[in-house]
Structure formats: structure tokens, C-alpha cells
Design a protein around this ligand. Structure first.
Ligand SMILES: Cc1cc2nc3c(=O)[nH]c(=O)nc-3n(C[C@H](O)[C@H](O)[C@H](O)COP(=O)(O)O)c2cc1C
Length: 262
């Protein structure tokens, strides 16, 4: 076959395609375990960050092992679920939220987070204090912003009312606008805010403007995001959704709020 023939060109191009696709497939398959491990590490980093447990002298895995217990709850009943029912080592909560067999439909009038469906089981990360007793509960949350679904963690104090932090590990909002949900100055407003009022009603909200510190309601309020009201409203609604009856409400009532057994 002449090197200048059309057939030769096709044979070389075809062979190149086969070699490249084998290489790309091998890389994708070979790197998958590493990607999965990095995903878990990233999630752990965010849980540690929202619980303010960062320690430069310790590895993420060590901090996690020492201070954090991953538990699964049934969102409807609020009860902890045995590992034989849902194995925390295997459970992919985001995947479950999209699977009709493992999630529930949320009636549109109640769907203030704009997520359509909600998984039946959720992780709850129980953070222990130095003395070993539960100090915070880190709850996975998600909801619609302007362009994307935001995924993050909300940490609640063991009093069940005081927020310890909010962070997002994934979203597609615009940098400089909705992306300001990642701005450390904005995130610094969340710790210490009260999520619930005296009657147990959800009060926390992100305002359209600035919080007026002298206003007694400021204990429940967070500054809005300038030029990104839609994302800010989305964050407000998703936090309120997950603290409510369709989210962690039953769990909080059973285990943290007044009159609970633990
Ligand atoms: C390119 C572009 C990107 C935008 N990204 C966001 C965003 O990520 N989040 C958001 O709430 N608004 C975003 N907006 C603005 C919204 O369209 C809307 O104007 C804004 O949320 C209203 O907020 P404001 O009342 O504070 O101005 C974007 C606008 C443009 C033109």
C-alpha cells in the first residue's frame, strides 16, 4: 500500500483512533477509584470546615475518625437507621435523591428548595466535643439557586437551634454574583445565628438587603448577596426546607429539640 494512498491515510487515522480511545478508556477506568477517593476526601474536608475542626497538624481522615461519626437517618421518621438497612460506607445520597425507588416526590407547594424529589435516607454527621458527647450535627442540604442546584452542609449546635456554619461544596452560580456564597466574609455571618424562634418555628432567612444589627430579628437574619438576589433567596429557601418537616424536622424534634430523649 502506497504511503500516499487514501486507504493508507484511513488505516493510520483508524489505528490512531483505536489507540487513543483505548488509552482514554484505560485512564478513565484506572483513575475512577482515585476520583472516588478524592470525592470522599473533598466531602470530608467540607464537613470539617463547616464544623470548624480544621487542624493543620492532623490529616483530614484522622480528624474525621476522632471527632465525626457518619450516621444514616430515615428522614420521614427522624430515626437512626441500622447499618444493615443502609450501609454508610456504600450509600450515595445524591444518587439516591434522583432514584424514584429511593426517594419521595415533594408536593410543589411544599418544595421551597425547588428540588422535586428528596431521598428517603440521609447522612447526619455527629460531631463530638473533646469530652466525647455530641456537640454539633452536620446536615447535608441542597436546593436550587439561579443556574444550578447548590450542595452543601449546614451545621447545627447540639441545642438544635443555633447554626454553627453553612458551606457549599458544589454549585454552578456565577463567580462574583451567586458564587459569593463561597465568600468567607459572607459565610462568617452564619455561626451563632438562630435557626428557630421561641415557639420552634423556622426563622432563619437571607434578606434582600443588609441586616440591621439593632433589630431583635437580626439573630435570625443573614445579609443578602448584592446583584444575586435569586441565589440568596435559593439559599434561604433551601436552609428553611431542610430544617422543616420535609427535611430534618422530624430528626431535630426527636433528638435535639426540647423534650427529646437525647
Ligand atoms: C451573566 C449574569 C450572571 C448572573 N448570575 C447570577 C447569579 O449567579 N445569581 C443571581 O442571583 N443572579 C445572577 N444574575 C442576576 C440575575 O439575573 C438578577 O438580576 C439578580 O439575581 C437580581 O438581584 P438584585 O435584585 O440583587 O440585583 C446574573 C446576571 C447576569 C447577566
Amino acid at each position: 500500500m502506497s504511503r500516499d494512498s487514501i486507504l493508507h491515510t484511513f488505516v493510520v487515522a483508524g489505528a490512531l483512533c483505536v489507540v487513543c480511545s483505548v488509552l482514554v478508556s484505560a485512564a478513565a477506568v484506572g483513575l475512577r477509584p482515585k476520583q472516588e477517593a478524592n470525592k470522599i476526601l473533598d466531602k470530608r474536608k467540607n464537613i470539617i470546615a463547616v464544623a470548624e475542626l480544621d487542624d493543620p497538624n492532623k490529616s483530614i481522615d484522622d480528624i474525621f475518625a476522632e471527632r465525626i461519626e457518619s450516621k444514616i437517618i430515615d428522614l420521614e421518621t427522624g430515626e437512626y437507621v441500622d447499618e444493615s438497612v443502609v450501609d454508610p460506607m456504600e450509600y450515595d445520597q445524591v444518587e439516591a435523591s434522583k432514584d424514584p425507588a429511593r426517594s419521595v416526590d415533594i408536593p410543589s407547594r411544599e418544595d421551597i428548595a425547588g428540588i422535586g424529589r428528596r431521598e428517603k435516607y440521609s447522612f447526619v454527621y455527629v460531631v463530638s466535643g473533646e469530652d466525647g458527647s455530641p456537640e454539633q450535627y452536620v446536615l447535608p442540604v441542597n436546593g436550587k439557586g439561579l443556574w444550578s442546584t447548590l450542595y452543601g452542609f449546614l451545621s447545627l449546635d447540639s441545642d438544635g437551634k443555633t447554626i454553627r456554619g453553612l458551606t457549599f461544596y458544589q454549585h454552578g452560580e456565577t463567580p462574583g454574583l451567586g458564587g459569593e456564597v463561597d465568600n468567607p466574609n459572607w459565610k462568617a455571618q452564619w455561626p451563632g445565628k438562630k435557626a428557630f424562634g421561641p415557639e420552634g418555628e423556622i426563622q432563619i432567612e437571607v434578606l434582600k438587603g443588609k441586616v440591621v444589627e439593632a433589630d431583635p430579628k437580626s439573630q435570625y437574619q443573614i445579609d443578602g448577596l448584592s446583584g444575586a438576589t435569586i441565589t440568596a433567596k435559593g439559599v434561604s429557601q433551601l436552609v428553611r426546607f431542610w430544617l422543616g418537616d420535609n427535611g430534618f424536622g422530624p430528626f431535630l424534634d426527636k433528638h435535639l429539640h426540647e423534650g427529646s430523649e437525647s
